[in-house]
Design a protein. Structure first.
Length: 257
């Protein structure tokens, strides 16, 4: 039985109201299994008589600069471990927040996966500081700032395979963006029991960009062989070749996207 800690899921859920639009950060629940995908969600509502623009997260991207959010996660118990500070690196520029037109009376819920850019892979209590607005050059200057402090617990009990079934099914979606999102999530959190699924990423050109991360996390003889094959068969200058090379060289900053 996993250890549980008594805590409220949201100590401070800030609400913004810009013109005719309101929004609020929140989390779906207050406790998660170890290795389970963890999302911070933002619900926005257009109360007015005309359409309003909202800049949503790029759920297919591996680069935090592509997001309209700035999120900081800290582990408040036990004592947080300080990790290596990595210098900035070059990034691709073909990304950015998704612009969504909220129609009058429409509600939209955006979600941000924490697992990919934050260390949430140990049991304990975590604090999330989430910010929206004025964090991306794509957003207009008059974008209202939304800021919240949330809390959640990661349990000691590992997530069961059933947790990942919806994302495996979503890999076969007819919607390309849903496929990308599913691949991104599975590459970030899927357990070794899904190794066969993850090893197929290199052969699918649509989701191939997530193969290096998936193989690195697996860290098995099969995934290491697949990483070497990916490096050998990738075109020079591609994301896959760069990340495969960094991981195979045991680059401590390879996970900093």
């Amino acid at each position: 039985m996993g250890t549980r800690y008594l805590i409220f899921a949201c100590v401070c859920c800030s609400v913004f109201a810009a013109a005719q639009t309101s929004g609020q950060f929140y989390m779906e629940k207050e406790s998660y299994a170890l290795g389970e995908p963890i999302f911070v969600q933002l619900k926005v509502v257009n109360h007015g008589p005309k359409a309003e623009a909202f800049y949503a997260d790029d759920r297919s991207s591996l680069q935090p600069i592509c997001s309209p959010y700035r999120i900081r996660v800290s582990r408040v118990w036990p004592v947080e471990v300080h990790h290596l500070s990595c210098p900035p690196r070059g990034i691709s520029i073909g990304c950015g927040p998704r612009k969504i037109e909220l129609q009058p009376g429409e509600t939209y819920v955006d979600r941000v996966l924490l697992n990919i850019h934050h260390k949430v892979d140990a049991a304990g209590t975590y604090t999330v500081e989430a910010l929206y607005g004025r964090v991306s050059e794509v957003q207009p200057e008059n974008t209202t700032e939304i800021q919240s402090t949330l809390h959640f617990v990661v349990d000691e009990k590992p997530a069961g395979e059933r947790v990942f079934e919806p994302w495996v099914a979503q890999l076969h979606s007819t919607d390309p963006m849903e496929r990308l999102e599913a691949a991104r999530i599975l590459a970030s959190v899927a357990p070794r029991s899904l190794e066969d699924t993850l090893l197929t990423f290199a052969n699918d050109r649509w989701i191939r960009q997530y193969a290096p991360l998936a193989f690195h996390r697996l860290n098995t003889p099969r995934s290491t062989a697949a990483m070497n094959e990916l490096l050998a068969n990738s075109e020079p200058g591609t994301w896959e070749r760069r990340k495969a090379s960094e991981y195979l060289a045991n680059d401590q900053c390879a996970g900093d996207y």
